[in-house]
Design a protein around this ligand. Structure first.
Ligand code: FES
Ligand code: FES
Length: 192
């Protein structure tokens, strides 16, 4: 009887110890720069990056469309590379620099790509739009003068249910021209 009681006590104390250990490894403090602003947060090791951005930082422009890395609504830049933030953990962003749709405009001045989406009716419901614009932004940085076919390839990981893509492609084409003109202007100013 005494032996049974002591075995039970020992099992309970082992379970308590492993719960404490699990709680300690389950959380981690991360430092991350998002849209130029530094953040320090303690997060659960299993927290998805997209949920960190939306729920911890309040950056709800990054959307969750599928949670299975198919739709691209959650696309952000991760140290300059386009990633689907539903397929990463927040702890992987420790020490990294991120850009979300909220960081694209310059104060109240929309980025040329945002303006081009507006002017070319590159959206309807708008759910895919933040991810589509961030993907387009990364793509134009990689390829500033793309053909229509290259644009279609560049956004092939981002799904839109409403537009049929035609106006999205037009918007990215228009932005590539406007962004090139802006670069020429900047170069002229630099030379004068
Ligand atoms: S929510 Fe990330 S790809 Fe769909
Ligand atoms: S505008 Fe509705 S999903 Fe793209």
């Amino acid at each position: 009887m005494v032996n049974q009681k002591s075995r039970k006590n020992s099992r309970n104390s082992r379970a308590r110890r492993s719960r404490v250990t699990l709680a300690a490894v389950d959380r981690k403090t991360i430092h991350v720069k998002v849209n130029g602003k530094e953040y320090e947060r303690e997060v659960q090791a299993r927290l998805l990056l997209v949920d960190f951005l939306r729920d911890n930082l309040g950056l709800t422009g990054t959307h969750v469309g599928c949670d299975t890395s198919n739709c691209g609504a959650c696309t952000i830049l991760f140290d300059g590379r386009s990633v689907k933030s539903c397929s990463m953990l927040a702890v992987q962003a420790d020490g990294k620099e991120l850009l979300t749709i909220e960081g694209l405009a310059n104060g109240s001045e929309y980025h040329p790509l945002q303006k081009a989406f507006w002017e070319n009716h590159g959206l309807q419901c708008g759910f895919c739009t933040p991810g589509m614009i961030i993907q387009g932004y990364w793509f134009l940085k990689e390829n500033p003068h793309p053909s229509e076919e290259q644009i279609r390839w560049g956004i092939s990981g981002n799904l839109c249910r409403c537009t049929g893509y035609t106006n999205i492609v037009k918007a990215i084409q228009a932005a590539s021209e406007n962004m090139s003109k802006q670069e020429v202007l900047v170069q002229k100013v630099a030379r004068s």
